[in-house]
Design a protein around this ligand. Sequence first.
Ligand code: NAD
Length: 439
Amino acid sequence: MGVSPSASDQRLTTMSQAIDSRPAPSEANPFHIAQRQFDEAAEYLDLEPALRELLRWPRREYKFTIPVRMDGGGTRVFHGYRVQYNDALGPTKGGLRWHPEETLDTVRALAAWMTWKTAVMDIPLGGGKGGVTCNPKELSEGERERLARGWMRVMARELGEHRDVPAPDVYTNPRIMAWMMDEYEVITGRSHPAVITGKPLVVGGSVGRDDATARGGVLCVREACRRTKVNPRGTYAIQGFGNAGQYAALLHEDILGGGKLVAVSDTSAALHNPDGFDPRETVDYKLRNGHLAGLPGSREISSDELLALDVDVLYPSALENVITETNAGDIKARIICELANGPTTPEADEILNRAGVHVIPDFLANAGGVTVSYFEQVQGTYNYYWTLDKVHRELEANMVNAYRAVCKMHDEQQVHMRMAAYLVAVARVAEAVKIRGWV
Ligand code: NAD
């Protein structure tokens, strides 16, 4: 499985041939995309066929029905899922999404990506994901509670701090995690705070979870400035001003010792101020008004103009596929920290790499959240809770080590940062599979 730099070009050629000879995957199917990304890394690492076949599929998946008694009388049947993609490195871990368009394939893809995310962070967990096809906005609080407890009743036997640990994701929240933990404890008759993470503090949540995703990304940016000699007190722009974007604005200057926030955007507007926005006032304005439009001292620009600003650091923190073949050539940022999932298309990655832009790929840049979720699991298992200072110190050590491991692979193999992150992650899972004697 070792990768010889001298063989890298030849392997890349073989990789393209191997990939091109397969039937084209449906680009709309996220699991096909996840498999294709894995296939590229597997080809590069020259993994043997059985190991490849094992890692390109989930180890276990559950698809089931959840009957829920509705407030107006009668019962509605929901479809639920849990995919335990790979547990060679440890118990599987990953969020629960409640979404009208949830399918088994979206859950499979997200479970695969969780596997690579925990592996690149070198935390002793595998990857999983779960969900329910539903529109939670149409459900009352009582219906949501019965759905959460119903999901747990079906899955309880397959979960546990040493098996599989869910967490919140799209349209699920700490309250739902508390109901699920409670149902699990009713079923097992014991206390199990580590069976699920993202819980409210009063029932075993961890301090430091709120800003963990942004904190992890900004710590990578600090390391990236040192590595690339970019001015850490330079300019930065943030696309998307929700949980991840707002915390990035607040933490950037703290962690880097300065900096000037020159542009921000949300769905209401993209705004520019070359003299710099005050991050605290900008967050307060957004919280007070629910949007950024009308922020004093700003000039409205287009979304593409924001991405093309001449800044030291750009944080895409909103959506997938915003940096594409069409606009990647206009990007002037020296460092891109992908707090959002999937903001850069594969074609854009190549363009950015050729232009020397340092990209911190999503599953490294936004892994602070799952890392603090792991800390919550550890604290719950010991039933002993850490101080905020300890959470911050542990997170910093994990992020810095992961960032450096990816940079080392990037330097040694001369691949772009996203491929380097895949190589680190897939190699770790593959090694664990082999050492266990699965193949
Ligand atoms: P959020 O819903 O709190 O915020 C999203 C923000 O993006 C909102 O301000 C919204 O107005 C803005 N937005 C949406 N479309 C936009 C557009 N076209 N242009 C500009 N802004 C736009 O979500 P979040 O939790 O901050 O997540 C943002 C991204 O980070 C997602 O890709 C998510 O998967 C990823 N992420 C978040 C976490 C986390 O812990 N919050 C963890 C891992 C990954």
